[in-house]
Write a protein that binds this ligand. Structure first.
Ligand SMILES: NC(=O)c1ccc[n+]([C@@H]2O[C@H](COP(=O)([O-])OP(=O)(O)OC[C@H]3O[C@@H](n4cnc5c(N)ncnc54)[C@H](O)[C@@H]3O)[C@@H](O)[C@H]2O)c1
Ligand SMILES: N[C@@H](CCSC[C@H]1O[C@@H](n2cnc3c(=O)[nH]cnc32)[C@H](O)[C@@H]1O)C(=O)O
Length: 411
């Protein structure tokens, strides 16, 4: 593609998703009128694709200067990156399939803008701010974190007294994780796996590693596609929930022997490792929708494999003796590295929360530490979403409110 074609393609992708992000559009209109971010500089490390671009534009419309890079070397869409970089008050440094060095250089370039607000997906910017770029910390009003694992890390920093800035845990908003992690990951992971492999899911043994919000969504959609679903867990309550939802539950060592397609969603490392690869079936397909590229132990796989070759776009074949094991998207998020990420209607809510939280940071002085998304913002996003869907709901009558709040009335 020529640069002109790339630009056009990126802008068309952004226009398409914007037509399906009604809540973000309402916020854009408010931001255009009120300019609540005038004078602020927002640094971002998120998946650079069309829905993220819609958020970046919204912040710029609100008056902010924005610099962004990716949060995963394989999720960047270069046409969208170029389209963003060509807009007023926006710089974008993300590049698809960049090497480790380029990835961290781009994070430095974003921080060179001397931001006062950050948005992370996996805490990369905040980590840099607390290690090599501590000189920038005094200017920081606060940050937002998009994902579960990022929040785990930030809470660990807070526990150790190491977190020197306020951060809002956007992932933990109800209008984020209940929809994005569950229905978003549920749909987009299978979209990534199916478009990449062009294989059938029905009738296969699908093994889902982890039954958190992402795992529940992925298992639900696998069942809907006709798979026999097996869940692995370390948490007894979630394991029980998986069983009662109709899935089989067993240790990975057992599941490894019978699985056809494996999808990890734990946020943890080594969910599939050497002892699993030893017993795994010929032709097994491995994908990750959890965090970075550590859930499938690729080092173990490489060490065991006699040969490795690319057999199809985004599919690597590892040959262990006569056995073939296929890894999708190098073990990185299959929904973003081998697909277009979550559906626009879902990111509409996640990114509405982001935009409102950035405004909240700009307008309120927060103490250092991890903060919840203010409940009124979370509820507001749900109300706007329902309204955009043409759904109205009941209201408590005065009598009902009094009844729910009181204790005097017996049965
Ligand atoms: N692909 C995406 O677009 C996407 C979307 C949202 C979240 N995420 C990421 O997915 C991961 C999971 O997020 P979540 O919100 O579902 O988290 P969660 O905490 O709700 O669920 C994780 C589950 O994994 C289980 N687990 C941990 N270690 C395990 C092990 N060794 N074996 C089996 N199960 C194990 C935990 O008990 C828990 O139930 C995180 O890394 C998050 O950042 C990815
Ligand atoms: N940066 C890490 C962290 C996991 S990303 C998981 C986050 O990606 C977000 N996400 C999923 N789909 C999209 C999308 O299409 N655009 C932007 N963000 C997305 C989602 O909100 C989720 O919390 C990594 O790449 O491994």
């Amino acid at each position: 593609m020529t640069d002109t074609e790339m630009l056009e393609s990126g802008n068309m992708k952004i226009d398409w998703v914007l037509n399906h992000m009604p809540v973000l559009n309402i916020i854009r209109e408010q931001f255009a009128k009120e300019k609540p971010l005038a004078g602020h500089k927002v640094a971002m490390a998120l998946h650079v694709e069309a829905k993220t671009a819609a958020l970046v534009e919204t912040l710029a419309i609100g008056g902010a200067k924005v610099a962004i890079t990716g949060c995963n070397p394989l999720s960047t869409q270069d046409d969208v990156s170029m389209a963003l970089h060509n807009k007023d008050n926006i710089q974008c440094f993300a590049k698809y399939d960049c090497c480790n060095e380029e990835y961290y250089e781009a994070i430095d370039k974003v921080l060179d803008m001397k931001p006062d607000i950050t948005i992370d997906d996996g805490a990369d910017l905040i980590f840099k701010l607390h290690t090599e770029r501590t000189d920038l910390l005094p200017e920081i009003l606060g940050g937002c974190e998009e994902t579960t694992t990022g929040i785990h890390r930030l809470k660990a920093m807070e526990r150790d007294g190491a977190l020197k800035m306020p951060v809002i845990a956007v992932n933990d908003a109800m209008t984020k994780f209940l929809f994005d992690n569950r229905y978003g990951t549920g749909q987009s992971s299978w979209d990534g796996i199916m478009r990449t492999t062009n294989l059938l899911v029905a009738g296969k043994n699908v093994v889902i590693g982890g039954y958190g919000w992402c795992g529940k969504g992925a298992a639900m959609r696998a069942k809907g596609l006709g798979a026999n679903v097996i869940v692995t867990e370390i948490d007894p309550i979630r394991a029980l929930e998986a069983r009662m939802d109709g899935n089989s539950v067993m240790p990975m060592k057992e599941a490894a022997k019978i699985g056809d397609i494996f999808l990890t969603t734990t946020g943890n490392r080594d969910i599939l490792n050497r002892e699993d690869f030893e017993v795994i079936k010929d032709g097994a397909i491995l994908a990750n929708a959890g965090h970075f590229n550590v859930e499938i132990n690729l080092e173990d796989l490489k060490a065991m494999a006699g040969s490795v070759r690319t057999v199809r776009n985004n599919i690597k074949e590892y040959k262990i003796g006569e056995k073939r094991v296929y890894v999708l998207a190098d073990g990185r998020l299959v929904n973003l590295a081998a697909g277009d990420g979550h559906p626009a209607e879902v990111m509409d809510m996640s990114f509405a929360n982001q935009a409102l939280c950035v405004r909240y940071i700009a307008e309120n002085k927060l103490s250092n530490g991890v903060h919840a998304v203010p409940h009124e913002l979370d509820i507001g996003v749900a109300e706007m979403k329902l309204m955009s869907m043409g759904i109205s709901i009941d209201k408590l009558s005065d009598e009902q409110e009094a009844y729910m709040a009181g204790w005097e009335t017996g049965t």
